[in-house]
Each structure stands twice: as structure tokens, then as C-alpha cells.
Design a protein around this ligand. Structure first.
Ligand SMILES: Nc1ncnc2c1ncn2[C@@H]1O[C@H](COP(=O)(O)OP(=O)(O)OP(=O)(O)O)[C@@H](O)[C@H]1O
Ligand SMILES: [Mg+2]
Length: 239
């Protein structure tokens, strides 16, 4: 019976500890995300959400514990090989090449120009404004447009697992709704598993199946996105 459950697990973290220098930020954290699930990870500023995503990607080394993707350990793998293995990442910080055009920023996400055309068609469906703006430098896009470009770039390769770090930060509600729609469509079409780090409670709970709150590098509470989850998460996010 356990085998069936394990097969349905996309990403498993088991007793993971990681941090910077001597300081542990993520502390003995265990978390399982199932295949095709949208999972919202929330928590106040500085609680370790970005560090956790970076640890999954190998950008911050796991000091102990195991991280498994489709049942195989990915500890020690390079971020590049994880991208090749189907992991997409929409980072929170310094995510775009400001002096490159939209087209070139998107092109860097794919292997060849042939892949580019198919991938572009797909992201134009989600974010139509990109279509007429391919030559514009990324650095001249508005903050909201840059966020959409980051999301588009993460979707380019059709990842099996998508890690998204506070994509809704500073976005108007209609753009947040468009991103929510893009994530639902991506999951419906490809069975994509999505780990969504968010502070926007309404957005997170409207797209996710389950949630967890991170507090000082540990999971403080978790649940499904039904019934009383909004009030519960809100309580955790209070300053
Ligand atoms: N490169 C670094 N070197 C040292 N400490 C760091 C580094 N990056 C982050 N930290 C610290 O690790 C802790 C967790 O930071 P992290 O960015 O993971 O939090 P977060 O939950 O993503 O916060 P936010 O909601 O503000 O994005 C913070 O105390 C932060 O100052
Ligand atoms: Mg962060």
C-alpha cells in the first residue's frame, strides 16, 4: 500500500536542515507534495520560504536530511540539472536580465530556437501583452509586467514541478487573477505540480489544494484549502 502512496509523491523533504554559514534557517523540515498538487507555503517575512525553495534547487546546500524528486534523491544536484529534470523556478529576487529583450529573456529558458516558437505560443496564450513587445528590454517593463515575464519564463519549458516565489507581490488584482488562471490551466493541461510561496492569502487559497505555514524554518501548521483555513492562516500571518 505504501508503494502506491510513494508513487504519487512528487517532492519529498525529509528532515531537511539548511542555512547560511553557521546559522540554520530551515530546521529539520519534512514536507510531502503530491503529483499534480498545488501547494501553498506561507509565512511572515524572514521565516525561510525563499531559503527553502533555494535548498530544493541546490542553490543553498542541505546540511542534513533528504530531498526526493519522483522518488530519487536530488541532494547535491546542480540547479541546471534540476531544470533539465523538469523543475521550473520563478525566483523572488533579481530574476530577469534587465538589458536583454523580452524575447532573449525567454529564449534563455529553452534549448533551441525551434523550441522557442512553440513555447512562445504557449505563453502568449497566458500573457497576450508579451506578443507585441518581444523586442522591449526587460528592464523597461513595469513591475507587474516583469512579474508576468518571470512567470512566462518559468512556464516556457512546461516543467513537471514549478517553484514560485511570491509572484503576486505588488501586482494588481486582475494580473494576480490572470496568473491564477495560468497556473490552473498549466496543471489541467500537463498535471504540473506547483509549490507556491505566497503572502497573498486570497490568491494562494484560491489556487492551492493544501497549505502550510512556515515559522522560523519549521512547519507551524498545515491543512487543506477548505472550511476554516483562511481564518487559521490569517492568525499565523498576524504581526
Ligand atoms: N545569503 C544570506 N546570508 C545570510 N542570511 C540570509 C541570506 N539570505 C537570507 N538570509 C536570512 O535567512 C532568513 C530567511 O530568509 P528568507 O529569504 O528565506 O525568508 P522569506 O520567508 O523568504 O522572507 P520574505 O517573505 O521576506 O521573502 C532571514 O533571516 C534572512 O535574513
Ligand atoms: Mg522570500
Amino acid at each position: 500500500m505504501r508503494d502506491t502512496v510513494t508513487q504519487a509523491d512528487k517532492l519529498v523533504l525529509e528532515g531537511v536542515t539548511s542555512g547560511y554559514g553557521p546559522i540554520a534557517i530551515i530546521r529539520d523540515l519534512s514536507l510531502t507534495i503530491r503529483k499534480g498538487e498545488i501547494f501553498a507555503l506561507m509565512g511572515k517575512n524572514g521565516m525561510g520560504k525563499t531559503t527553502l525553495l533555494k535548498t530544493i534547487l541546490g542553490l543553498v546546500a542541505a546540511r542534513s536530511g533528504d530531498i526526493r524528486l519522483d522518488g530519487a534523491s536530488i541532494v547535491g544536484m546542480s540547479p541546471k540539472s534540476l531544470v533539465t529534470a523538469g523543475v521550473g523556478y520563478a525566483p523572488q529576487e533579481q530574476p530577469l536580465f534587465q538589458d536583454l529583450s523580452i524575447r532573449d529573456n525567454l529564449r534563455l529558458a529553452v534549448q533551441s530556437d525551434r523550441d522557442l516558437d512553440a513555447a512562445l505560443d504557449k505563453v502568449f496564450g497566458h500573457f497576450p501583452f508579451l506578443q507585441g513587445r518581444l523586442a522591449q528590454k526587460a528592464g523597461t517593463l513595469s513591475g507587474g509586467e516583469q512579474k508576468m515575464l518571470i512567470m512566462a519564463r518559468a512556464l516556457m519549458l512546461g516543467p513537471d514541478l514549478l517553484l514560485i516565489d511570491e509572484i503576486s507581490e505588488g501586482l494588481q488584482p486582475t494580473v494576480v487573477a490572470r496568473i491564477a488562471e495560468a497556473l490552473r490551466a498549466e496543471r489541467a493541461a500537463n498535471g504540473t505540480t506547483i509549490l507556491l510561496v505566497e503572502q497573498n492569502l486570497n490568491f494562494a487559497l484560491s489556487v492551492a489544494d493544501r497549505w502550510a505555514v512556515l515559522k522560523l524554518g519549521e512547519i507551524d501548521d498545515s491543512g487543506t484549502t477548505q472550511s476554516d483555513s483562511r481564518a487559521r492562516v490569517l492568525e499565523h500571518l498576524k504581526i
